[in-house]
Design a binder for this molecule. Structure first.
Ligand code: NDP
Length: 333
């Protein structure tokens, strides 16, 4: 039956997130499994194939990737590459007849997101973005409380996400051509998402400013950005992203009370509550829930709750934040 079928996933790009989170999560999934890998580093082929029992015929590199079209073991490709490569591999994956999960941020800009959506539509393949928090019980409660107006209309949202970057100064994350930008692209998308899924609305305007305390490290990308989003209902979200502050909060004030999470966006350990008391939900493996849900969507031909369109909405906001930094003015999203 459809319920018992396990779809094969191939991870593309075997870096920190693929190795540290997605491959372990794929040992816990029910509707999909780690069937293949795509890597540009030959030494990873042997270690991954041994550790995860991946046959040679399911191993590809970026050059021969398109041959995956002939491989019946692979139903879904999961793109875990630097942002600048997301568009190319989404389009190549769809053309190869595979359904696609693409990591956040979806692409370098919203225009590229549209091309990715179009390519998947044309190939009749499903596209989803790696927004794991849509499957995480604490964040799902924030969505419910805000969207159902359990405490009345949401008036303000504080959403901040960041960490103190201590990694390689030459990493792709700090090169604009590969990342599209700094902490806003990497961490800020979660704060933008948070404001969007608490209100259930699309913001109309944004005003942004930035701060740089380590210009030698962040010479090519943004370090800390502060922004204000204005929503159609009148709700306002004050957002922050940073590579120089350990932040991870999402808080909403509504007419009759407030609700919050901290940490909000981490892989686990979510905590928070409302003016009435603490949250107490199960802690789950977010990535396993996310990938199982997508596999079920593919199997049952059901729309995913995190489609490409969802990634593009965030990138429209990101594009407008960068425009506002340039113009120094309030920008229409
Ligand atoms: P890493 O740098 O750890 O890994 C990226 C991998 O991409 C590399 O290991 C390499 O794999 C491959 N690659 C191909 N070309 C390049 C290149 N020119 N420079 C660097 N790497 C290259 O990044 P992450 O795993 O942290 O991030 C990958 C994606 O996942 C990003 O989009 C990021 O935003 C997203 N992410 C999402 C998270 C979430 O919670 N949803 C958390 C962390 C990251 P190989 O050697 O196999 O070719």
């Amino acid at each position: 039956t459809v319920e018992n079928k396990k779809l094969g996933i191939a991870l593309i790009g075997l870096g920190g997130y693929a190795g540290g989170q997605l491959a372990p999560a794929l040992q816990k999934t029910k509707n999909c499994y780690l069937a293949g890998i795509v890597t540009g580093t030959p030494s990873k082929e042997a270690t991954w194939s041994q550790q995860y029992n991946i046959p040679q015929k399911n191993i590809y590199n970026y050059g021969n990737f398109d041959e995956i079209a002939k491989n019946k073991d692979i139903d879904i490709v999961y793109i875990v590459l630097p942002v600048s490569m997301h568009k190319e591999f989404t389009i190549r994956g769809a053309k190869a007849g595979k359904h696609v999960i693409c990591e956040k941020p979806m692409a370098l800009n919203a225009a590229d997101c549209q091309l990715m959506i179009d390519a998947c539509k044309k190939a009749d393949r499903m596209l989803s973005i790696g927004y794991r928090l849509h499957f995480e019980p604490y964040n799902m409660e924030m969505m419910r409380l805000g969207q159902k107006q359990v405490f009345g209309k949401v008036q303000t949202i504080e959403a901040e996400n960041g960490f103190v970057y201590g990694g390689d100064p030459n990493a792709w994350r700090l090169k604009k051509a590969l990342s599209g930008g700094g902490a806003l692209m990497d961490m800020g998308v979660y704060a933008i998402q948070g404001a969007r899924y608490v209100t259930g609305e699309e913001p109309l305007y944004v005003t942004a400013r930035q701060e740089k305390t380590k210009p030698e490290l962040f010479k090519d990308v943004d370090e800390t950005i502060f922004w204000k989003l204005e929503f159609p209902s009148g709700a306002v979200s004050n957002g922050k992203s940073s590579y120089n502050n350990n932040w991870g909060r999402l808080e909403a004030k509504a007419q009759n009370g407030k609700f919050w999470l901290e940490p909000a966006y981490a892989y686990g350990g979510q905590a928070g509550g409302t003016s009435k008391g603490e949250f107490n939900f199960p802690h789950i493996v977010q990535q396993a829930a996310q990938m199982d849900d997508f596999a079920q969507c593919v199997l049952n031909k059901k729309q995913t709750r995190v489609p490409g369109e969802e990634g593009m909405k965030d990138m429209k906001v990101v594009d407008a934040i960068y425009r506002s930094l340039q113009s120094g003015k309030r920008e229409k999203i």
